[in-house]
Design a protein around this ligand. Structure first.
Ligand code: ZN
Length: 299
């Protein structure tokens, strides 16, 4: 899909300096204008030599990047902005290797920055519940172990829940399951649905675990034999898009936590696919409003 919002030249023109990036972060953080965190006064001015805004009333200084994802980052903000731009270019995202090469960053630097951004996307989506009619299925991601690892598989179970609106897909939520049990599936599904949601899934025995949930949330359609063609077409489509995305960006031996962050990135983009032109602004705003992510949390 073409990026209609911001052309490469326009992007380069707009965010060509540290100062321009700081200004954009400040605007994303305080969309209705600066509010002093110390005295709640609503007026301040930029200090030209520092990354800070000074309150006109209590005169205390507030760092623009402190308390955001960019807190104490040694990477120039321009590189951060380019990375956000690259990550919001294409449905398929961008691989760490490619991003690192394009931005002249060490692989590990790019890797951490990208995972931090995925974390910000996850924070933005937390608590987002699906409703109406949803389709549910499981995907088994990651390939069989190769070479020395032969003997086991490294597949991870992922629960995919997609809203169905007049046969079209609405929003999606994707969760890595801790194990293959029906109980894990039930817990995952229950955590992302509004009460009274109707659910649709295939007739696998494990899905009978969802029956208990159905009674609780007033769902009445489980186990029904759908004659309608494409009864699970939306969840099928999301899973195939997901596989394509992971093929280009994700390393199959990644831990469960890493995979969840990839799923968050995928869902963040998928759920904003009709607002593609705003994707850069939305990702920047997710980063500006996300508390700092510690190194240890993602390593
Ligand atoms: Zn103040």
């Amino acid at each position: 899909m073409a990026y209609e919002g911001l052309s490469l030249l326009e992007f380069q023109r707009r965010y060509n300096s540290q100062e321009a990036c700081l200004q954009a972060i400040a605007e994303a953080r305080w969309p209705r204008g600066f509010i002093c965190p110390h005295c709640q006064h609503n007026d301040g001015y930029r200090l030209s030599k520092r990354r800070a805004i000074q309150c006109t009333l209590c005169r205390r200084q507030t760092s623009i990047t402190a308390g955001t994802l960019f807190h104490k980052s040694k990477t120039p903000l321009i590189s951060w902005f380019w990375l956000i731009f690259l990550m919001s270019q294409d449905k398929g995202g961008i691989s760490t290797k490619r991003a690192a090469a394009l931005l002249d960053l060490h692989y590990s630097t790019a890797w951490f920055m990208m995972h931090k951004l995925r974390e910000a996307m996850a924070v933005r989506q937390n608590g987002h519940l699906l409703s109406g009619l949803v389709e549910i299925d499981e995907a088994h991601l990651g390939g069989k172990a190769k070479g020395k690892r032969a003997g086991g598989t490294n597949k991870k179970q992922v629960c995919v829940v997609v809203e169905r609106l007049n046969r079209q897909a609405g929003d999606a939520v994707l969760i890595v399951l801790p194990d293959r049990s029906g109980e894990a599936l039930k817990t995952a599904v229950a955590s992302v649905l509004e009460p009274m949601t109707h659910i649709r899934t295939d007739g696998l025995p494990k899905n009978s675990m969802l029956h208990g949930l159905a009674a609780k949330l007033n769902m009445d359609t489980i186990g029904k034999n759908y004659d309608e063609q494409g009864a699970l077409e939306n969840v099928d489509r999301v899973i195939s898009l997901l596989r394509r995305f992971l093929m280009g960006t994700y390393h199959q031996y990644c831990s469960r936590a890493h995979l969840q962050r990839f799923l968050n990135e995928f869902a963040f983009r998928f759920n904003r696919r009709y607002k593609w032109s705003e994707l850069f602004d939305r990702t920047l705003s997710a980063a500006a409003l996300c508390p700092p992510v510690q190194y240890a949390a993602i390593s």
